[in-house]
Design a protein around this ligand. Structure first.
Ligand code: ADP
Ligand code: ADP
Length: 226
């Protein structure tokens, strides 16, 4: 397990938009950090920089002792969950979850064990042979999470994973994610614009506005102050 540390991180996009303006964040190993704030405040940009999908203009982003921009893609021990699931439509749920491990050459019995374990935790065992189109939105989101879990990454990154679900499912999945977090205790960074989601999930809550960190702390310290 690794901590995630951002030190004076800035991002200026080509064209001059300063999306992230000197952000410091410390996510202790095993903690669940939620970045919350209005659309356009720089949350996704930050997450993509942690993932190594976006260059860092200045400052430093570390996962454990390693700087993200010095890691080769294959060394990035990160799993990302998106709102649009990004499941392969022609593959079964099982194959969707096994795909990344097969690519890495993980032995077949271990793949089988990990996929079945993740399916059990996420309660999708009955759907392992189905194609994604035969699943509900909530089930697809579980498969997307399953695909992340089986990798046993150092860090989980979530980019508004529940925003395509209806209100009832969103609440249900929030509980699921909380359960997962307790079961796995993997260092996580979770982006949302939903304050309730942020409060329920966060150990460390980071409130962003216009590319800057406005407040950071435990949820109750932030929302209960007069
Ligand atoms: P959030 O995730 O909080 O909605 P983003 O990180 O997506 O915010 O965007 C932050 C700012 O950076 C916005 O002003 C957005 O328009 C701008 N931006 C995002 N991606 C790009 C890009 N690829 N090129 C230029 N500007 C971008
Ligand atoms: P890994 O497990 O190594 O990340 P994946 O195949 O799960 O391998 O993902 C590789 C990349 O392809 C990810 O960015 C993922 O979101 C994307 N991806 C996965 N499935 C699809 C799809 N059906 N369509 C488009 N992109 C996808």
């Amino acid at each position: 397990m690794s901590e995630v540390v951002l030190d004076k991180v800035r991002k200026v996009y080509a064209g001059g938009v300063e999306a992230v303006r000197g952000v410091d964040i410390h996510v202790p190993a095993g903690a669940f950090c939620v970045l919350v704030g209005p659309s356009g405040c720089g949350k996704s940009t930050l997450l993509r920089m942690i993932a190594g999908l976006e260059t860092i203009t200045s400052g430093e982003c570390r996962i454990g002792p390693r700087r993200v921009n010095e890691l080769e893609p294959a060394e990035r021990d990160i799993a990302m969950v998106f709102q649009n699931y990004a499941l392969y439509p022609h593959m079964s749920v099982y194959d969707n979850m096994a795909y990344g491990l097969r690519n890495r050459g993980t032995p077949k019995p271990e793949i089988d064990e990990r996929v079945k374990e993740a399916a059990r935790i996420l309660e999708i065992t009955p759907f392992l042979d189905r194609k994604p189109r035969a699943l509900s939105g909530g089930q697809r989101q579980r498969v997307a999470m399953g695909r992340a879990i089986v990798r046993k990454p150092q860090v989980f990154l979530f980019d508004e994973p529940l925003s395509n679900l209806d209100a009832k499912l969103r609440i249900q999945m929030r509980v699921e994610i909380k359960k997962l977090q307790r079961a796995l205790a993997v260092t996580s960074v979770y982006v949302t614009h939903d304050q309730l989601e942020a409060m329920t999930l966060a150990d460390v809550l980071v409130v962003m506005n216009k590319g800057e960190v406005e407040q950071t702390g435990a949820p109750l310290d932030i929302y209960e102050t007069p």
